[in-house]
Design a protein around this ligand. Structure first.
Ligand code: ADP
Ligand code: ZN
Ligand code: ZN
Length: 754
């Protein structure tokens, strides 16, 4: 007798849809939504997937395959996670399997999780004081054994009546300067005992708990305003200038939620930022605070996952600080999600699918838990600010810095004029050098921002203008002096520095433009006694490199820190007074409709690092175009001016937030074939969407890793729900995929491209 039970299963495949399998009787009790199972897919492949539904609707297929094995009797994935996965796959037009791959630490590891065991040493039973003195007296003839016992008593902080306390064997041995052999003698004698215990893989920092700080008047007003808006709205935007004390307000909101027994997710756009905030949070909330990001190893991620899922009040995490992937943790009882620096582009995942926006997904996740969301920023995204005007989000403003310190004063340094007058020293204007000189004289610290890593963005033959390019991508190679090589920032291709020009064979290739590495070199020459460090992708490859650099800067072991956008956000340094933005032009000239908004945010953000305590900071912006409208707005810290200008432009030319966008990227290794197929799709879409289809066109980088790229942009009206339009887009792509030869195309859909 075959039962009538079936399971819909999510498999780690890019194919949209769920897969139905028959549930054999002998495992029927264990197959529940959220459980991981093994099934066969295709002729010989086994996969593990997650059960999302159990039912008795016999599917219309012959020979439906059985579930082979249940991998773990307990549900790994809870109902709200499954809901989020489904929503993401529908909204971002990808498969649930792709969401699952992004969500789980790695395919099977949740089941293969092995706790880490460590050996501990303890008393086999409680000794009376007399007994203990007697033992020590026995041991007088074996001074090294006695030393171990004394070290043990020291480490457990023994006083009469202390309970038996285990001490890590390795710590005991290093403290007593003895060997394992001598310890074994004590164990053989029955004086000490060895036990195995599971330990955490996550390094814990000890901290003393402090009560939360008392809010200032302005902060209290903002705090109350957020709470009263939460009575009617689920989402509130906290627009607070840099250093207005937004983080302290979050801490108060977190405190309330934790006291209510709720979980809180605190999201940041960048790993570097977690370093400082985690300490601030642990100081108040202690061991319930956990961090989650991609730098953790898989076993560490699994442990964090379990500590969020489990209900053990001693071990579980109720406050998670994390980057975008922390959305996928197994929360069961969220009360609040904080999305700090909500405007930040790093919240959007570009590749691979799911191409999700973590801020927008966080809002959905919160809704699934009936939780509230707070979005925070000193310069909110045009989208979010617009949502406060149309009433979707509440708005709370905090326009003064904590301690009533003034926002930094901004100086524009005209590079064009300085070059003409021959006043530039390398890439530095007299204005910037002077400000740095004064700061160094007062032992204050400096940050220099340049949004390019490496030494120079390209090298060139001075005779004929030849520029070395990547052999796989349509981009110039960046010169990295430290390793003496040319590197492609898109595919990682690396080659030696050519000694002569490929084209005209003349020698003496020259470097052009400048990246962080060159700034570092030059600064060391200009300020030989200053301590200089650099923070960018190249100097932060190790797990602890962020911590080390940030700590060194906090402890004033670095005078000048040079970096990319990594140093521009959220960091809070006491003694930092001068910020230099080395080249505002290349931010502003980026060909994207968000380039002006982004430049404003970045400049406002990096400026905000200056002068956060005691005195006003100073920012020097180097630009060849001081009259630029965006730069004028930054000069006045005029967020609303920027918003008005951008939203007018976007309304006129129909860009988000006044429409929705879907971007389709089509790739092929052959340029002619690519043109052929992308034209087919373009024509098809134009028949449906008319003039709202832009392209196909070549993007700025038209080839990456040998794949030629074309993009098509579709604008969808904001007023209607987008599901219908998205369905039509998917159908058009399906039609293209059925064309002869189309299987050699790669097609990617990006909803709300950022
Ligand atoms: P933001 O998040 O808006 O940039 P922060 O919360 O980091 O601002 O606050 C800026 C600085 O002021 C921090 O060093 C913070 O510790 C301090 N600060 C903010 N609010 C208070 C408060 N209520 N009491 C004491 N210090 C505060
Ligand atoms: Zn040449
Ligand atoms: Zn390349």
């Amino acid at each position: 007798m075959i039962n009538n039970l079936f399971a819909d299963i999510i498999l780690p495949l890019a194919v949209r849809g769920r897969f139905t399998y028959r549930i054999p009787d002998n495992i029927a009790d264990n197959v529940r939504p959220g459980v991981m199972v093994t099934v066969q897919f295709g002729s010989h492949k086994l996969y593990s997937g997650i059960v999302c539904r159990v039912h008795n609707e016999s599917p219309d297929i012959k020979n439906i395959r059985p579930v082979i094995k249940v991998l773990d009797g307990t549900s790994l994935i809870n109902e709200s996670q499954l809901k989020l996965w489904l929503w993401m796959s529908e909204y971002y037009l990808c498969s649930e399997g792709e969401v699952m791959k992004a969500a789980l630490p790695s395919e099977l590891s949740l089941n293969n999780f092995k706790p880490r065991l460590e050996t501990f040493i303890e008393f086999p039973r409680k000794y009376s004081e007399d007994e203990l003195n007697e033992i020590l007296d026995k041991l007088k003839k074996a001074p090294r054994q006695q030393e171990i016992l004394l070290a043990y008593l020291r480490l457990v902080g023994y006083s009469t009546g202390t309970e038996i306390l285990p001490i890590s064997k390795s710590i005991l041995l290093s403290e007593s300067h003895t060997s394992a052999g001598i310890l074994d003698v004590l164990i053989d004698k029955g004086i000490l005992m060895s036990v195995s215990q599971t330990v955490s893989r996550i390094a814990e920092t000890d901290s003393f708990k402090e009560p939360v700080k008392q809010l200032s008047k302005a902060q209290s007003v903002a705090f109350e305003s957020i709470k009263s808006q939460f009575r009617e709205k689920d989402i509130v935007l906290l627009h607070g200038v840099t250093s207005s004390g937004k983080t302290e307000i979050y801490i108060h909101l977190i405190d309330e939620q934790l006291k209510k027994g709720k979980q809180v997710l605190y999201m940041l756009p960048e790993i570097a930022l977690t370093t400082q905030i985690i300490l601030r949070l642990k100081r108040h909330f202690g061991a319930v605070t956990g961090v989650y990001h991609s730098r953790f190893s898989d076993p560490e991620k699994v442990e964090i996952w379990k500590r969020v899922a489990e209900n053990d009040p001693l071990k579980n995490y109720r406050l998670i600080l994390g980057v975008r992937s922390s959305l996928f943790l197994p929360f069961s009882n969220l009360g609040l999600i904080i999305v700090d620096e909500e405007h930040d582009g790093s919240y959007k995942q570009h590749d691979p699918a799911p191409r999700y926006h973590a801020r927008d997904s966080a809002i959905m996740l919160a809704a699934m838990h009936n939780a509230k969301t707070i979005l925070g920023s000193a310069s909110p995204s045009v989208e979010s600010y617009n949502n406060t005007l149309n009433g979707k989000y509440g708005l709370t403003e905090l326009m003064e810095r904590f301690g009533l310190i003034k926002l930094p004063s901004i100086v524009l340094a005209n590079t064009r004029e300085a070059y003409r007058k021959k006043l530039m020293v390398s890439h530095f204007t007299p204005e910037l050098l002077q400000a740095m000189d004064i700061a160094l004289g007062k032992e204050e610290q400096i940050i220099l921002f340049q949004n390019r890593r490496g030494f120079s963005p390209y090298i060139e033959c001075p005779e004929c203008g030849w520029i070395p390019k990547c052999i796989q991508c349509a981009v110039n190679l960046t010169y990295h002096k430290g390793i003496g090589k040319l590197v492609c920032h898109y595919c990682g291709y690396t080659t030696g520095m050519p000694s002569k020009c490929d084209n005209c064979h003349s020698t003496g290739m020259v470097t052009r433009g400048f990246g962080t590495e060159k700034i570092e070199d030059d600064i060391k020459i200009i300020f030989p006694s200053a301590r200089v460090a650099r923070m960018d992708q190249d100097t932060t490859r190790n797990k602890n490199s962020f911590n080390k650099l940030i700590r060194a800067f906090e402890e004033r072991r670095i005078d000048i820190l040079i970096g990319t956008q990594m140093i521009s956000k959220g960091l809070d340094f006491e003694n930092l007074t001068v910020v230099g933005i080395l080249n505002a032009d290349n931010l502003l000239n980026y060909p994207d409709f968000r380039a002006h908004e982004r430049s404003f945010q970045l400049m406002e953000q990096v400026s905000g690092r200056a002068g956060r305590r005691q005195k006003q900071g100073k920012v020097v912006i180097q630009t060849s175009d001081p009259a630029n409208k965006i730069i004028r707005l930054v000069l006045r810290h005029d967020y609303r001016g920027m918003f008005r200008m951008q939203s007018e432009e976007r309304m006129t030319f129909n860009y988000p937030p006044f429409c929705r966008m879907v971007k389709i990227s089509i790739k092929h290794k052959d340029r002619t074939q690519l043109n052929y197929y992308s034209d087919i799709l373009g024509r098809d879409l134009k028949e449906i969407f008319g003039k709202r289809v832009l392209g196909p066109e070549s993007p700025v980088i038209s080839q990456v890793q040998l794949w030629y790229i074309k993009t098509i942009l579709i604008k969808i009206e904001r007023e209607k729900p987008p599901a219908k339009a998205k369905q039509l887009i998917i159908e058009a792509i399906d039609r293209l995929e059925k064309e002869k030869g189309a299987s050699s195309l790669k097609i990617a859909v990006d909803v709300d491209p950022y």
